[in-house]
Design a protein around this ligand. Sequence first.
Ligand code: GLN
Length: 468
Amino acid sequence: MIKDIQNKLKNKEITCTDLAQSYLNKIKDNQDLNCFISLSENVLNEAKKIDEKIQKNEELKPLDGIFIAVKDNILVKGMYCTAASKMLEDYIAAYDATVINKLKDAGAIIIGKTNMDEFAMGSSNETSAFGKVLNPINKECVPGGSSGGSACAINKELSTIALGSDTAGSIRQPACFCGVVGFKPSYGSVSRYGLISMSSSLDQIGPITSSVEDSEIIFNIIKGIDQNDSTTSEVKDLNLKNKITIGLPKEYFQDLDDDVKEFMDQAITELKNQGFDLKEISLPHTKYALPCYDIIMPAEVSSNLSRYDNIRYGTHFDKLTKDISINDLDDVYLKIRGEKLGKEVKRRILLGMFILSAGYYDAYYTKAQKVRQILINEFENIFKDVDFILTPTTPTKAFRFNEKQDPVKMYQSDILTVSANLTGLPAISLPVHTSDLPVGIQIIGQRFEDLNLLSIAKQIEKICTTSN
Ligand code: GLN
């Protein structure tokens, strides 16, 4: 954890170089988990600089000596950024994402780029062009997706902290499956500049950590207005009431696996015993959230991914292997996109093009936008009665590889997380450790009240997660 590590560094109980070396050794020992797509070459040099600073008794910056694993769809200048796609396999980022700039300014050392589902499309890491990540607790199971590499790395302590991105649950669901904390901030609270876009009105960068405190430290560093992302805003100040009411939406407790239900019931009882005011609520439009996402997301995906044609990004088409013969412009698009993009990505591009085509636009896209507004209103209204909403993060624990071959079944994984993206609300997943695979508790807060959410999450973490 960030504070422990910094204290040990300051008290000279450990050196930053030893810490770096131990992370690098552990990454090597756990190579079979396939968490990283590339590693930074500067880790030991950067660590040495921190040790020199400590030797000179210079004051440490908030993240000096802290190592960070970055999902491979966030740009780090000079490092590969593949989005786990063959399309970008030799793309090297020309600039730092805003979050990376801020983390570097605070002293953080980038350790490597983590594996993920291709272009962040997936819930199991099985769509990565560089092989799947394994679940660190049970290697026959998926780590979740799309930020599976980051979540697995935190579970195995291959880095101090990690970054992920979340469009429908890609931070929270893998955090849940790997037994760590995953926080999706309010839409607009953290800049998306330098994040490879999937669905721009839903994407959000956030931390994956071993404690809520670490997520809070990272959030306070990466949040804020950025002139390179016009959707950014300041978050509200911490302003937590004395008496907190937490809503339990009945629609989120249906169709849960027995063991998820059992651990949720236990957590709810413990919270009641600690004096929390919990009450059942209803969010009746929940059943439309996933269908609404399944229209808006592919529509945005199809336009965002149109830029990948191996002319501007990726290996230029004239440097490609002889296997692809290019005769005219159509070949550039059909053959290269056909070959370099994975099946799931192509499925979504085709679906998106269909949704946005003349004659269908209003029937699908416009209608989905209306449903999205209804969901936003529904959450706004419920927050007149309750301060936070508590739900399971996922209806099941981590599932087995190849278990969800049918894409529609795979899409169901996001059923409890997707509403927070459609409504722009902040949401966090806290781990409940069980004798086998973990369960996740999700807490959803009000827009731009991220600091209140993190504060209540710290209280709930103490009650529900440490004793298990
Ligand atoms: N499972 C979601 C999807 O495949 C996750 C997307 C995300 O949050 N990046 O669309």
